[in-house]
Design a protein around this ligand. Sequence first.
Ligand SMILES: [Fe+2]
Length: 200
Amino acid sequence: MRLRYGDVIEEKDPDDERKLVLSGGFMVPDRNSFGHTFRDYDVKSSQQKGAEEFYRINHINQTYEFVKRMREEYGKLNRVEMNYPKKDWLHLTGLIHDLGKVLLHPVFGALPQWAVVGDTYPVGCAFSESIVHHKFFEENPDYNKPTYNTKYGVYSEVRGLNNVMMSWGHDDYMYLVAKENKCTLPSAGLFIIRYHSFYG
Ligand SMILES: [Fe+2]
């Protein structure tokens, strides 16, 4: 539910913690006398109210009794049995796989988010239709370039994923860092680092 500025949370439906009963809401004009839209303020207000409601429920319910009961219950560790893989390299890979996000930091070039995070996909050939929001590729200069917009594009034949250039982001950067530093992770670990954002 999206709250508009001016909506008043009057009471909580006792049957549903998440359902808010709104009343007394009043409509506000879309623009103020300076011609500025209220929309941004609406969103901010909505987010603030959402956060405020979270803290309200949290502060009401976190009693000494509650915490004691939860510690006793969850201290039994009887919910599920987690089997941790014995492969030590996998733990290390999990720990470092996202470190390439330092690309956002000024020291590493302060790259914009679109060049650091998000799904990755092959470039140099037609963008797969299975990629989320494929339609936006229509404005990518490569979309209409004959060299790049065929099924295999610059790749004359299928030669293994390691020979395919992926869109730039934190995956490939961390892979390059690991490779150039002669990282001793097994190839499966390097593969995880390099392709963990590849869903297309
Ligand atoms: Fe990642």
